[in-house]
Design a protein around this ligand. Sequence first.
Ligand SMILES: [Zn+2]
Ligand SMILES: [Zn+2]
Ligand SMILES: [Zn+2]
Ligand SMILES: [Zn+2]
Ligand SMILES: [Zn+2]
Ligand SMILES: [Zn+2]
Length: 252
Amino acid sequence: MEYKHFNHEHNLAIFELQAGNGIHCSGCRTLCSNSAYACWKCDFFLHLECGNANRAMEHPSHELHHLTLVPYPTYSAGSFVCNACGAPGSSFSYCCSLCEFDLHIRCALLPAIISHRAHPHELSLTYGLGPQAKVSSPPNACDICHKLVDNKFWTYSCGPCKFQLHTSCATPEMVPISYQADGVSGNAAVEAGPGFYKEENGSGSSQNGSKPAEVEDPVLATQLELMRLQQELELSNQLAKMMASYNLSSLV
Ligand SMILES: [Zn+2]
Ligand SMILES: [Zn+2]
Ligand SMILES: [Zn+2]
Ligand SMILES: [Zn+2]
Ligand SMILES: [Zn+2]
Ligand SMILES: [Zn+2]
């Protein structure tokens, strides 16, 4: 199976990459291992997560406007500052260019509520005031790295306990509980579909042992369910007949 991504001229295929290969994702510039989309000619790689990211989304942290997935920062500096984690980025971002609001893909997909080994209660994703904001509340320390947390950027927090983690510190060991906050889906795709569409006419021979999970055919599933119901109906009919004949004969 080959795939066409909006940000690459050649078709991509899914490969299993060894850990420690030094290959970086062209979407987020972090290391790639396990399954990834690849164009070997161009050294172009994408995490599945980065390649499958929708072209646009609505995010509850920026309710004014849709965010659009842009492959490169549109700013003259050639980089952006992520409104979630405060770290710079130089490749894919979910961007509102009107407000100069940017999120790394990974930050945009952070779940609203998590559980974490470091704290007995659920932690909720708490949005910050943005990179330009003045730090108003006295800064706390992150309970994992013990560095300061300010109110510009996002944290995972437990309000009653005043427990806070940087999102980046929480991520390696977090267990997602809910992707929904206040009924608003942080991951809702709007208008545009995923960055990929499938190239059905691809040779597929370049695939390397990664079989996508077989998606259950809904039509087939419905047919099977109908057959099962039919059989149940027939059984109960037979049973009714048996009962009836039994009753009749017992009446005689
Ligand atoms: Zn990536
Ligand atoms: Zn290429
Ligand atoms: Zn970020
Ligand atoms: Zn905006
Ligand atoms: Zn931290
Ligand atoms: Zn707590």
